[in-house]
Design a protein around this ligand. Structure first.
Ligand SMILES: [Zn+2]
Length: 357
């Protein structure tokens, strides 16, 4: 006679309940033939990194967690603020009141609707120094960032390690997204060899519609599912963009890598080496300097954009912007001194938010 201990019965019962629950949970997605049972198993075994968990990252994380992607690494350097709630769908008023780190708040929210998957929150700024550690194990990387600096770093790392990644950006009523299959399709540096020059619009200056973010992230999440279940033939090979307010849609081919591309052609990964990154130092008590970014700034134009967000004063040589508790001093070559913090990731975040990246 075989004896079975109570613990063993509990474990078996637990496993059975879990698998029945799991079958039911994903039943409508399994019924979708392109996913099916085999696809669902692949999703359950998958590990995906989401870099940045603001508006885009919230939608990506939420959709993939509900779809049953087994493990998510959520990397974000920011805290939840009231102004996030209009579009960052994983957060609520109590997260903002507590100033919870977004990665932590996201992990808690996901645990409440899918406790079967593993979410690893990482409160950090993705940099050349920690990219290896933070992205370790991921088989796919999704872009939820708000800046080109981090995107080029992700691109270099993904191309170097032959990992697929998906670029997604949204501002105003505009959203754009691109799938990168290293060695097969164009990479980010094939299409944009250099970061955008001069003033670029940010969500702080141009505003943002939550619907534009949701559209871009929904398309990216669907492409992620195709990659994870192995339906590579269906993965879109274009840079796709929409302007929802102006009813415009555009596609640029990304079918093939660009000959001579610095990243995927010459395999010159300057962003992993940290060369593309502005040098940041602590300067004096309670301030951080972001060194020259080689990106000339029109102080008059920037002053007009910042005026609704705080007090601004400028002359031909310098612009000062006050937004409690920070004072940002900007120079025409892009250099900035940010007073009110000694935390370089806060300084980097303020710069990305108000000036661009
Ligand atoms: Zn390339």
């Amino acid at each position: 006679m075989i004896k079975v201990g109570k613990q063993e019965i509990d474990d078996r019962w637990g496993t059975l309940v879990m698998s029945l629950e799991s079958e039911d949970r994903y039943s409508r997605q399994v019924r979708f033939a392109e996913i099916g049972e085999a696809g669902q198993r692949k999703l359950g075994a998958a590990q995906v990194a989401i870099v940045g968990c603001g508006a885009t990252g919230s939608v990506l994380a939420s959709l993939l967690a509900r779809a049953g992607v087994g493990a998510l690494q959520i990397i974000d350097r920011d805290y939840v603020e009231p102004s996030n709630l209009q579009r960052q769908s994983l957060f609520d008023e109590s997260d903002a009141a507590e100033s919870l780190p977004k990665a932590i708040a996201a992990a808690r929210k996901i645990a409440a609707f899918n406790s079967q998957i593993v979410v690893e929150p990482k409160v950090a700024d993705l940099t050349p120094a920690n990219v290896e550690e933070l992205l370790a194990g991921a088989q796919l990387i999704l872009d939820g960032t708000d800046n080109f600096e981090t995107r080029y770093l992700v691109n270099d790392w993904a191309v170097k390690n032959s990992l697929p990644w998906i670029y997604t950006a949204a501002v105003g009523s505009y959203a754009a997204t691109l799938n990168i299959l290293p060695g097969k399709t164009a990479c980010l540096a094939c299409i944009f060899p250099d970061p955008p020059n001069g003033m670029i619009e940010t969500c702080e200056t141009a505003g943002i519609l939550n619907s534009a973010v949701n559209l871009g992230a929904s398309i990216a999440a669907t492409e992620a599912l195709k990659i994870l279940v192995g339906d590579e033939a269906r993965v879109r090979r274009t840079l796709l963009s929409f302007d929802l307010w102006r009813n415009e849609r555009a596609e640029v081919t990304a079918e093939k890598p660009r000959l001579g591309c610095r990243a995927c052609g010459m395999r010159n990964f300057i962003h992993i080496a940290g060369e593309g990154r502005p040098h940041i130092t602590l300067c004096g008590r309670n301030s951080v300097q972001i060194h020259e970014k080689h990106r000339p700034i029109d102080l008059v134009e920037l002053g007009d954009k910042l005026r609704p967000h705080g007090s601004v004063r400028h002359n031909d040589f310098v612009l000062k912007f006050w937004r409690e508790p920070y004072e940002i001093t900007l120079f025409p070559d892009g250099r900035a001194i940010i007073k009110g913090t000694t935390d370089t990731s806060v300084a980097r975040s303020l710069y990305a938010r108000y000036v661009g990246s």
